[in-house]
Design a protein around this ligand. Structure first.
Ligand SMILES: Nc1ncnc2c1ncn2[C@@H]1O[C@H](COP(=O)(O)OP(=O)(O)OP(=O)(O)O)[C@@H](O)[C@H]1O
Length: 246
């Protein structure tokens, strides 16, 4: 199946329901923007999909494999997680060189040294940071570290790319490079991409379709043009036109 689907999902923290999704469908090969006010459950949604958070109930169909999210064991989750890559708002770099940071996922996947070297160098070239390959990753600037985090994600050639506000703390120059890499990678590999962003123009630039999360529910989902030009729900209208108090 060429879709990522979520069914009957509920996430609670301390007895409080923070995410409730009856059904969500993401077509393979598309870029989705996920927007919504602070606390709406956007990060929780991505963390559940990435198997980092266990819901009280919920099922995920990931391109043909069905997963019961509430009972999944660590061992079962590893091969599923390997189909995905996650880039968070603040990248954590390991105490190692840039090259070793980008190579990490490939070493887990037991690729041979030549393949690792070729793929890492290609990924560094894509994010325009080849010249930093021997630098200690923890000395990188914020913008550089985020581009390295993106290279680290893309080098594994994921089926599903999850981006949690990846450009929130970047300057315009780094945002441009970051977006260009996402678009190039998507053009070449048609990777299904879910990207949380508070930057609505960015969602318009990158996403084929958008979802609006509000109070833990998907309040609206539509192709990007319609989403922004003809929002249906009052909540999305308020959000898009800047009237929602977040
Ligand atoms: N580990 C946790 N323990 C308790 N509550 C949590 C935890 N993680 C998230 N929450 C709560 O769940 C709700 C949804 O949080 P989430 O981070 O998913 O929102 P968000 O839409 O990504 O917000 P933002 O745009 O501010 O990042 C919030 O009310 C948050 O306080």
């Amino acid at each position: 199946m060429n879709r990522l689907e979520l069914h009957d999902l509920e996430v609670t923290f301390g007895g409080r329901t923070v995410l409730q999704v009856e059904q969500a469908v993401f077509e393979r090969g598309r870029i989705y923007g996920i927007v919504g006010p602070s606390g709406a459950g956007k990060s929780t949604l991505l963390r559940v999909i990435n198997l980092l958070e266990k819901p009280v109930r919920g099922r995920m169909d990931l391109f043909g494999s069905t997963v019961d999210l509430s009972t999944l064991s660590y061992r079962q989750s590893v091969p599923i997680q390997r189909q995905m890559a996650f880039v968070a708002q603040k990248p954590s770099m390991f105490q190692a060189t840039v090259f070793d940071n980008v190579a990490l996922g490939l070493r887990y996947r037991k690729l041979d040294r030549n393949q690792i070297s070729m793929r890492v160098e290609a990924a560094l070239e894509q994010v325009e940071l080849s010249h930093l390959h021997s630098q200690q990753a923890q000395t990188l600037s914020g913008g550089e570290a985020q581009r390295i985090a993106l290279a680290r994600a893309l080098v594994c050639e994921p089926e599903l790319l999850l981006l949690d506000e990846p450009t929130a703390s970047l300057d315009p120059y780094n945002i441009t490079i970051f977006e260009r890499v996402i678009q190039m990678f998507h053009r070449d590999r048609r990777t299904t991409t879910l990207m949380i962003t508070h930057n609505l123009p960015q969602a318009k630039r990158l996403a084929d379709a958008c979802l609006f999360l509000h109070k833990g529910r998907i309040a609206e989902q539509a192709d990007t043009d319609r989403f922004f030009q003809r929002p249906v729900s009052e909540e999305l209208q308020d959000f898009v036109f800047g009237r929602m108090i977040c």
